[in-house]
Design a protein around this ligand. Structure first.
Ligand code: IMP
Ligand code: MG
Length: 181
């Protein structure tokens, strides 16, 4: 597969198939359902990368919960993080007294999810945990404990299943590695 226009790269190698994603997301949903069975948690997805993962994950959690989203940006259009995280769209729900589970697509340096966790913690939740589909372990700059991790991946740029490069490829049903063409 190649891309048209001035795009420098295209996703070619499948890192995680849609079947493997389905199996793992179902397992994560089962674990979350067991752990939060009587907690009526608030599941907070980080826009926009977590959207596809979250859409599948919530259908694998057969307990009572509510959802919300929070928008942050750190990457701009490149593959290098700006290192600065900005709030682009705040939560609509109150987190006070709630068991909050923050959901994101990928942890790279850890800055984004650490920022969101801090924002939530300042508002009086009963608990805050993290659920992330992909983790690039050797890239961490900020210490974060991920309570529910889908897959550990090497230091490659991943796209698909919600993850983008400059806004593209979120619609791939699998996770692919972005390669130079
Ligand atoms: P962090 O703040 O460095 O942990 O970066 C986390 C955010 O950067 C994620 O929520 C993604 O939106 C984005 N990101 C980091 N690595 C990748 C990648 O390999 N592919 C796509 N997006 C990524
Ligand atoms: Mg993201």
């Amino acid at each position: 597969m190649s891309v048209r226009g001035n795009e420098p790269a295209g996703p070619t190698r499948v890192l995680i198939s849609s079947e493997a994603l389905h199996v793992r997301v179902t397992e994560l949903g089962g674990a979350i359902a067991r752990d939060y069975a009587n907690d009526d948690p608030l599941l907070v997805g980080i826009l926009k990368g977590a959207l596809v993962f979250m859409a599948d994950l919530i259908r694998a959690i057969p307990i009572a919960f509510t959802t919300d989203t929070i928008g942050v940006s750190s990457y701009g259009d490149g593959i290098q993080s700006s290192g600065r995280v900005e709030l682009t769209c705040d939560l609509a729900a109150s987190v006070e007294g709630r068991h909050v589970l923050i959901i994101d697509d990928i942890v790279d340096t850890g800055r984004t999810i650490a920022y969101v966790k801090r924002k939530v913690e300042m508002r009086g939740p009963r608990s805050v945990r993290l659920c992330v589909l992909l983790g690039k372990r050797e890239r961490r700059e900020v210490a974060v404990d991920v309570d529910y991790l889908g897959f550990s991946i090497p230091d490659v740029y991943a796209v698909g299943y919600g993850l983008d490069y400059a806004g593209r490829y979120r619609n791939l049903p699998h996770i692919a590695m972005l390669e130079k063409i």
